[in-house]
Design a protein around this ligand. Structure first.
Ligand code: SAM
Ligand code: SF4
Length: 343
């Protein structure tokens, strides 16, 4: 039976600018086994566990979104694979694939991927984004402040063996990996991984100067064009969101650019984010949020309360984000870390 017949889409989430929300990024923890310099402070204070939605509550929230037309869910964090029993959530949501949900995926730093790749595939995950900013062991330690590269490389191998399609996410960092980006692209494409480059965004205090880390991606693209032929790929439903993709003729692989600072792509935004405490943020770059935890916990009819909360939230989705890094080094961002909102 056709998917839409099995699960008719009623009451979909359309924001005041006419954008239909079909994509949920769902954070399951603010914790992480790494401390990437652009993401977290070295001595992060994490939330008390009691503040987090339980996995059952998280599932309830996810299902409320699926019932309102969300067809893609990305599990994120912090590091999603450090959340205890996280596979129960993947399995529960995997059961909704084909019943409203079309894609279940995750973004991970890869350190635990070797352990979970097969279970993820069995739960219905087919694609995974793995964040990797360098292939150099010492640099990896410097950027992550504590990590080791080898487990991530093993995780990537395990993901491929399990049948998961991998895309690498790489934040361009002026002093750490700028010179390495071409060789990383070459390597990634040689391994069969697509790759996306990301501009550093001013989200939360990290103890580092964001302007000092920031590289405008049009500059990186210019450097890559000196060596390779980059062909723009057309914008399409599978090539939507904030990333713009090119195909590199010489490597045959796809490369994306996420440029929230040099180029604002909010017009086509189809996503919202829910934190591990159940707050829905309509925009990564704005502070406005609505609490879904009370709707899940403190009512006799959580489904109806969630529905009402989603209606209120969708009416508040802003037209675009507010953050910027200007030429004189002034940054204006939001105080939440990416790991809090869910990257
Ligand atoms: N821990 C997982 C990981 O690293 O893939 C998932 C969460 S992480 C917050 C999601 C993505 O956000 C990663 O690709 C990371 O590189 C990116 N990120 C974190 N802080 C960022 C920032 N300030 N600017 C741009 N990207 C950031
Ligand atoms: Fe952890 Fe991901 Fe943030 Fe790095 S980017 S500190 S891996 S949450």
């Amino acid at each position: 039976m056709a998917d839409d017949l099995k699960h008719p889409k009623m009451n979909s989430l359309i924001d005041p600018f006419g954008r239909e929300i079909t994509y949920l990024r769902l954070s399951v923890t603010d914790r992480c086994d790494l401390r990437c310099t652009y993401c977290m402070a070295e001595n992060m204070t994490f939330l008390p566990k009691k503040d987090l939605l339980s996995l059952e509550e998280t599932e309830m929230v996810a299902i409320a979104f699926i019932d309102r037309g969300v067809s893609k869910i990305r599990i994120t964090g912090g590091e999603p694979l450090v959340r205890r029993d996280i596979m129960t959530l993947f399995r529960a949501l995997g059961d909704r694939l084909g019943y409203g949900l079309k894609e279940l995926t995750l973004t991970t730093n890869g350190t635990l991927l070797a352990q979970y790749a097969e279970e993820l595939y069995a739960a219905g995950v087919r694609r995974v984004n793995v964040s990797l900013d360098t292939l150099d062991e010492d640099r990896f330690l410097k950027i992550t402040r504590r990590g080791k590269l080898t487990p991530v490389l093993k995780g990537l191998e395990a993901a491929q063996r399990a049948g998961l399609k991998v895309k690498l996410n790489t934040v361009a960092l002026k002093h750490d990996n700028l010179a390495e980006i071409p060789s990383m692209v070459q390597w990634a494409h040689g391994e069969g991984f697509d790759m996306t480059l990301i501009e550093v965004m001013p989200l939360g205090e990290t103890g580092e100067d964001r302007f000092d880390q920031y590289v405008p991606l049009p500059d990186v693209r210019g450097q890559l064009e000196e060596r390779w032929t980059l062909k723009d790929l057309p914008y399409s439903p599978t090539n939507a969101g904030p990333s713009r993709y090119v195909r590199i003729a010489e490597t045959g692989g796809k490369l994306g650019f996420i440029t929230p600072l040099t180029n604002n792509f909010c017009a086509g935004c189809n996503r919202v984010r829910v934190t591990c405490t159940g707050r829905i943020y309509m925009c990564l770059g704005q502070d406005d949020c609505i609490d879904l935890r009370a709707a899940v916990r403190d009512t006799d009819n959580p489904q109806a309360a969630l529905d009402t909360a989603l209606d209120r939230a969708i009416r508040k989705k802003p037209e675009k984000h507010d953050f910027e890094i200007s030429a004189n080094g002034q940054t204006s961002g939001v105080s939440r870390h990416m790991s809090t909102t869910g990257g």
